[in-house]
Design a binder for this molecule. Sequence first.
Ligand code: MN
Length: 242
Amino acid sequence: MTTLFLSDLHLADAQPGITRRFLDFLRCPAREAQAIYILGDLFEYWAGDDDLDDALNREVATALREVTDRGVKVAFIAGNRDFLVGTDFAQRSGVTLLDESVVVNVEGTPTLLMHGDTLCTDDVAYMQFRNMVRKPAYIAQFLSQPLAERKAQIAAIRARSEADKQAKAAAIMDVNQAAVEAAFRAHGVSTMIHGHTHRPADHEHQVDGAPCTRIVLCDWQASRGEYLRCEPGSRTRIALGG
Ligand SMILES: [Mn+2]
């Protein structure tokens, strides 16, 4: 069985090279896999499923559908950018929407999958924002506005968050060690895969005396992308260049 993991593509009109690389990925390695997990921030933003008529969104959903129609299981965990992805997108693309943290069996190893933003508890302002915008009542109110109004609000939030990021210490935007250990304990696993921090690395942790592995996926940029391939007995990061 071949399982692929990827995250943080941040697909957007402004980055056509990344979209092209993702469509290439869906044409080739994706179709030879049995399962693919996209761990959030597939899109730079998602204003609501009524934006599926947007050219980029439609192209991506259609390309995913060609993969899922071949029997490849594609699952998605929402990121902080695209947590409004909903059932219409799932129906169009054939992708299964998962809860924010799930444990799956990867080649015999129970593995915790998440986007990773919930581990960044030192960023108190972000965690407060997250708590607010993930509430069903907030989401319902947001989605009740016209699409153009939602896009304008998202653009304003993104501009503000870019400015905040410049001011925040780098350490605050990385995971909190206690939150990582708590996640291992809460799910009873010793392996975790997540994205979000854009700091790809394999980390070894000791949790209650037991060795644990935390794999951080790579974000995709104009010049490169990466996915993780898990097969019996091997776990490999595959770089996509050019
Ligand atoms: Mn993220």
